[in-house]
Design a protein around this ligand. Structure first.
Ligand code: ATP
Ligand code: MG
Length: 241
């Protein structure tokens, strides 16, 4: 399976924005891109009315990913489990009287790649978030065996969070394709520049930046290529293009 698994140092750090920017970049280079998100919660906060769909800024994760990828996948193919309350997937499933089935997730991710050159998969929350009581985002990433992109904030606290996540990804036996700091300010402070340099050095990793995007205008987004210095991610993207 060719693709990337986008995780983050936590929830609300910019995974969807970064995964969408990667998907959009690959699409614009001619690749057929599929997107996948094992579970989406918090849909109660995204009333899907036609007016809301006009603005990419208000789309739930699976819909923004699909728009960026230019994919025709149905909701259930992008995100097999979709829940209303904004809580961890294992709890959202429990509240809905369901149980997330890891085998179904693996099958759905594989099926998503059938008509695609590249799969961009967004995790849920951070790397050790449970999808079931004993199957974590880490376990899905490992089952899919994709290079991992770690999304992090550029600001105070990010060195520790990012290095911890790098260690967790590597100890799962996976490659860190890149860290992406988002949103990267137009005029970064000395601390933000130092954070980038320190993560690069201590994490032995490529660190990319993504500026604040206008989510209402996907065509205005700058290209985001990850995988420079990372043979498997680079070849994933190259083979896809
Ligand atoms: N580069 C960016 N440009 C514009 N907005 C950004 C950027 N990075 C982060 N954000 C903003 O930060 C917030 C969180 O981003 P996003 O939804 O991508 O996070 P997430 O990690 O996917 O969250 P979740 O854990 O809920 O999936 C959003 O309001 C998003 O608009
Ligand atoms: Mg998200």
């Amino acid at each position: 399976m060719r693709g990337l698994f986008v995780t983050g140092t936590g929830t609300e750090v910019g995974k969807t924005v970064v995964a969408s920017a990667i998907a959009s970049t690959a699409r614009r280079s001619g690749a057929r891109v599929a997107v996948f998100k094992p579970a989406v919660s918090g849909l109660d906060e995204h009333p899907l009315t036609p007016e809301v769909w006009e603005s990419a800024a208000s789309l739930p994760d699976h819909a923004l990913l699909r728009l960026a990828a230019g994919s025709k996948q149905g909701d259930e193919h992008v995100a097999p489990y979709r829940f209303g309350p904004p809580v961890s997937p294992h709890l959202a499933a429990e509240l809905a009287g369901e149980r997330i089935d890891p085998a179904l997730l693996r099958g759905a991710a594989l099926a998503a790649t059938e008509d695609a050159d590249l799969l961009v998969c967004e995790g849920v929350g951070g790397f050790l978030v449970p999808l079931t009581t004993d199957y974590l985002v880490r376990d899905l990433a490992r089952d899919l065996a994709l290079p991992v992109v770690i999304v992090a904030s550029p600001s105070l606290g990010t060195i520790n969070h990012t290095l911890l996540t790098i260690e967790a990804v590597r100890s799962a036996g996976l490659e860190v394709a890149a860290v992406v700091l988002s949103p990267w300010p137009a005029d970064p402070s000395e601390m933000e520049r130092s954070n980038l340099e320190t993560i690069t050095r201590l994490g032995s990793v490529a660190v990319e930046t993504l500026p604040r995007l206008d989510l209402t205008k996907p065509d205005s987004w700058p290209a985001l290529s990850v995988g420079v210095g990372s043979p498997s991610a680079a070849s994933s993207l190259r083979e896809a293009a």
